[in-house]
Design a protein around this ligand. Sequence first.
Ligand code: XUL
Ligand code: CO
Length: 437
Amino acid sequence: MTHYFPEVAEPVRYEGRDTTNPLAFRYYNADQIVAGKTMRDHLRFAICYWHTFQYRGSDPFGEATFLRPWFDNTNSLAEAENRQDAAFEFFQKMGVPYYTFHDRDIAPEGANFGESCKNLEHIVQRAKRKQEESGIKLLWGTANLFSNRRYTHGAGTNPDAHVYAYAAAQAKHAIAATHELGGENYVFWGGREGYETILNTDMKREQENFANFLHMAVAYAKEIGFSGQFLIEPKPMEPTKHQYDVDSATVLNFLRAYDLFDHFKINHEPNHSTLAGHATEHDLTVAASAGKLGSIDANRGDPQNGWDTDQFPTDIHANVMMMLVVLKHGGLGSGGLNFDAKPRRSSVDLVDMFYAHIGGMDSMARALLTAQKIIDDGILSRIIEDRYASYSSGIGAKISKGESNFAELEQYVLEHGEPNVVSGRQEMIENLINSYL
Ligand code: XUL
Ligand code: CO
């Protein structure tokens, strides 16, 4: 069998923070126990197929810069097999437990729908063997319902029922493939589920149709016995001008409105929150507070760019803010940290794929250790407890239990006069967090 990454002969190892080896982990020590769980089980890292094995470095102004040896420009099944061999070699060398894919990343579209399904089934059977041999598991699968020109007006929100049917048929096979491979989740990201101009759009109808699409997916999962978690990945724009799944709050409202709440959680992506004008920790907290934190597409944006740059998450402070929310809400469950991230176009070498993922894994591992220390020290939770202490007794407890009313509260104010304004201590708390970094 060809070896695609001869430069990195052995799997990447943990060598501790003082190592000078750029191809070693400084913080990610898979078997190290943190708060009763291994780092492996806390972080549940996944490598994505699309950026890592499909993306070739092209941008709107220039051609491919990554000359990957698994491409032969035939878009054939043989090419897909080579890509799959490269992918599994890379997963194993990086020591991640999981991977993720779109149906069209792993297998090419055929001349017609039936042929596309056959291609997918062939690659799925091969993936099954490779998963068994390597122990690598599928975190989630999804359908690419946005690249082909047929989806230019959307998939599950398309104004044409024929395209809608095509998207449903494709999703059916992608769910079946995910099930076949033991996928622990299945993702819906609505890249084209939105609109360009309201002048030609019936928004209510599109949203109702999309809700029906998701109900059909739930019914199909039940029919085939797929018990993985369904996830929706919010993003406000790009490629569509206005996408319906703007942010966590919008998605939760949609799920509640269309009786889908019990069947879905959120797949959060930091760079998508940024595009929605939120801090990542805000959007994550909205999902987590509703018990809907499903998984994370770990990446970061660029504060100076207004688009989805999908960079590796190497900002330690941002990662600590993220891990604080994750740990506080009991971890990622069946989700994980999926690197929906790509090296820059100028990082042209195969070895750059290793540096990129090592950086992401080490930064998240370091953030896990730091966030757990902050939690263990208890200062932050005491600050929050004290801040809301007035709701633990007296009139505050009555308010909390929903047992008060406006007249009683007016009487309280008449008796107690003007409240004492207390400091939020924001700067002190920010300094405290920095003292852990
Ligand atoms: C696009 C994006 C997707 C989803 C899966 O911005 O994040 O790759 O994660 O369709
Ligand atoms: Co994503």
